[in-house]
Write a protein that binds this ligand. Structure first.
Ligand code: FES
Length: 160
């Protein structure tokens, strides 16, 4: 991921153009392109949305509604590490609620908040596709299954 403190408009345009080269300009590639840009920059700055809008000939209003709908996308800067907590029922019934409380307590964050030091963002998500090992959390690209509330401090300590 690019260092967010150093993102300039040329870097944003480079990231967008690379994603569009990779996926092409068909409308159905909109989400993969937005996902690539979000992963690389940490979020979707206005300049990125405007460039995607131009290259895919899609209104920015459509891009904003896509960014709002998908949990993994954000139009606001996020922390260096994004924690996604699965809030779907299969994870909930096997202890997800307690894990959620432990996450909020350890991080001192509420959902959709980013820590003041810029290290963490905490978001909820629907099923991550590994329901057999709930409760499940995902930090960046790492998935943790069968998480217990007492595991949370150890998991968080793996990230700098
Ligand atoms: S319900 Fe949590 S991973 Fe599917």
């Amino acid at each position: 991921m690019t260092d967010r403190s150093k993102i300039d408009s040329n870097a944003v345009l480079d990231v967008v153009r690379t994603a569009v080269e990779r996926h092409g300009t068909k409308r159905e590639e909109l989400i993969p392109i937005m996902n690539d840009v979000n992963r690389e920059l940490g979020y979707l700055p206005d300049a990125a949305l405007e460039e995607i809008s131009k290259m895919l000939e899609t209104p920015t209003s459509k891009l904003f509604s896509v960014a709002t709908f998908y949990h993994m996308l954000s139009t606001k800067p996020r922390g260096r590490h994004v924690i996604q907590f699965c809030e779907s029922a299969p994870c909930h019934v096997v202890g997800g609620r307690e894990v959620w409380e432990a996450l909020k307590e350890n991080l001192g964050l509420e959902p959709d908040e980013t820590s003041k030091d810029g290290k963490w963002s905490l978001i909820t998500t629907s099923c991550l596709g590994v329901c057999g090992v709930g409760p499940v959390i995902m930090i960046d690209d790492d998935i943790y299954g069968s998480v217990k509330p007492g595991d949370v401090p150890d998991i968080l300590s793996r990230y700098s």
